[in-house]
Design a protein around this ligand. Sequence first.
Ligand code: ATP
Length: 253
Amino acid sequence: MLEASGLMVFYENMLALNNINIQCGQGQIVGVFGANSAGKSTLMYTLSGIMQDIQKKEDMAGGERITILGDVIYQGENISRLKPSQRARKGIVLCPERRRIFSESSVLENLKIGGYLASPAQARKTLAYVFEIFPALEKLKKRVGGFLSGGEQQMLAIGRAIMAQPKLLLLDEPLLGLSPLMQAMLMRATREIRDRMEISIIVTEQYARPVFPIVDYAFILENGAAVMEGTREELMDNPDVRSAYFGVEEPHA
Ligand code: ATP
């Protein structure tokens, strides 16, 4: 479904992505884990095409020189040069970090804006589905986004993203700053969305623990490079991964 190879991104001379090769198969949930500044958002921007927009804006403003290299193949097509809007139309939808919802607009307006790519019938059906998986949002549909709790804002951000009819949903740090209970609920909802909508999902997070139960495959990023990858089982069995990303101390022999 998606295969990115040799991705490199430089902010001026600073290497933010270092020869990343990642894949996400049809119907898979793929995790990308890494500490602050490991390159998670840069990767998500590069896959969704937003990196190219940032690059152009910087160019026009005479700002920093951003270099993007490598290929993104999506459903057999090389989309590396496509704009984010073209990628969105093909079904690549980014749910950005820090839940960038429209804080002055109501929950319902936020969701409807998300549905701009959908036919009216699709939008109606997806809206009903968003309220089915996140019943809290239906109760809050008239409330403005800015007055929602962090967890409610994240539900809204995911709801808005799925209104755009994704085939590949990119979730950038959806759990940041949320309680363990809310994190678990959002991850269950994410798996349920994958199953029901039959889509693929790439999710980044700093800590693997809350996301791990739902991933099929995962990559570990360090300083812009993918230093490890494997199925959930392979990574769980790896003592280095367990201690670094799960806080599980290995018993001393
Ligand atoms: P976080 O968990 O803090 O969001 P991240 O893993 O998403 O981190 P990125 O935001 O992709 O990491 O950043 C990767 C590196 O690139 C960092 O060192 C960051 O400071 C740097 N960086 C990001 N954006 C820019 C920019 N516009 N100009 C210069 N450097 C940048």
